[in-house]
Design a protein. Sequence first.
Length: 260
Amino acid sequence: MEENFLSFAHTIAREAGAILLDGFRSKETVISYKSRTNLVTNIDNESEKFLFARISDQFPDHAIIAEEGSRKDSPGGYLWYVDPLDGTNNFAHGLPFFCISLGVYSTKSQKIVAGVVYNPYLDEMFTAIRGKGSYLNDKQISVSSLDDIGICIIATGFPYDKENMETNNTREFNLFLPRIQGIRRMGSAALDLCYVACGRLDGYWEGWLNAWDMAAGSLIVEEAGGSVTRYNGEPFNPAFPEIVASNGKIHKQMITILSL
């Protein structure tokens, strides 16, 4: 059954990607502000409307939660987490680092069972089914093999409420910075996770995220051989707003740093 979910998600992600590319660097794109640091475009909404309609038509008994407010409750046993445009700030500024993220959650197993993350600008399609491995454009991928965090590149991100010094991730950032080779901040949680999965990054942490940011990418990391937990090492839960993802070999080191 999960194979059917993945095949369908693959198709609609590519179609939604065409919507994003049509609006990218276009004078027709309209930007609105939810807050000074949190914006949305008409392309986010157009992509979400398309994805919500397609999923609802194909799987009428599945629930859906999407970033821009589209919701559908259903007792069908599966919940789709939909991010129609992850990396909206990048998109709005003309930076080609954004994607569509679709994660399918099983209410029976309480796990993500299928995930797709698609960057249409680079035409990179990351996919995973639980128990079947992770792929980039149909080629199987795996996490990096580094076991010394001192020579690793780690990614992170920052919440929209940057003025709150207790929760804006600067404390954690300053703990990691002197202990690793480098830090990257790309602006898309879903793609950060996929980059851990394919070995471009060795680890990633971030708090104050939503389920649609993490759902698909978390599975892609796990199926690529990596580890995904909360900050304290407890099992990952898409409904809990934080994530630590790594190649597995440096995971305890990351958890230790976060606990300082």
